[in-house]
Write a protein of this length. Structure first.
Length: 224
């Protein structure tokens, strides 16, 4: 399963999940997402063998369409763990550190370089878990420079364990920011990424993931 839930492969999966009725061909992923044709063909072939993609497999009229959408997401959630990311722990005495972090990104014009996740992101939709820790993905391209600037600007203290601010270098370097959204003035990852991050997270993660899914269904919002 690792091959279809790798970084590049999940670009393809996220695209298909976001347009579940679209008939895709291999060159679509090359043209729109810069995924090589052979790589895209391999991922689609594996997805087809697993029963997640249907359509016409070959020939002039060949196309690929997503099937068993919910089963695919559940398989992905079982495979994935938030611990696959590189997570750096810090402490802030600021009682409103989330707002301070939001203002920092806005002031510096770096809104495209971050996205909140786990409870700190999902709470902006659900307000479900009373927790003050902040989990924040940063762009992997300039992670070291950006994280150092944040630590200095907000006076974060580095820790080996515990902490209330977690700066995260993403495992999904290419795809983690796809379909990210703005909620209550902050940028958070997509609903799909929130669900994945929460699902196996030990501190009330699965409970919050299921509640998030319930809220999205009730409000008829797109899961992706």
């Amino acid at each position: 399963m690792k091959s279809i839930f790798s970084d590049k492969a999940t670009v393809i999966i996220r695209a298909m999940l976001s347009q579940p009725d679209r008939k895709w061909v291999v060159r679509d992923f090359e043209n729109e997402f810069n995924i090589g044709r052979s790589r895209a063909a391999d991922v689609l072939s594996t997805l087809r063998k697993k029963g997640f993609v249907g359509g016409i497999p070959s020939g002039r009229l060949a196309y690929n369409v997503l099937v068993n959408r919910e089963e695919l997401i559940e398989e992905w959630a079982k495979f994935y763990s938030f611990d696959l990311n590189d997570i750096y722990l810090y402490y802030s005495s600021d009682r409103n550190i989330l707002e301070s972090l939001r203002k920092y990104f806005k002031r510096r014009g770096l809104s495209d370089k971050y996205a909140l996740t786990l409870h700190s992101g999902a709470n902006l939709i659900t307000d479900y878990v009373n927790i003050h820790s902040v989990y924040c993905y940063l762009s992997p391209e300039n992670f070291d420079k950006l994280s150092l600037e944040i630590r200095q600007e907000l006076d974060l203290k580095e820790l080996k364990r515990g902490g209330n601010v977690f700066l995260v270098k993403p495992y999904y370097k290419r795809s983690v920011f796809l379909n990210k959204q703005k909620m209550k003035g902050c940028y958070i990852v997509s609903n799909l990424q929130l669900y994945l991050d929460l699902y196996n997270f030990p501190q009330r993660g699965k409970e919050h993931a299921r509640y998030l899914l319930k809220i999205l269904r009730e409000e008829r919002k797109d899961f992706i």
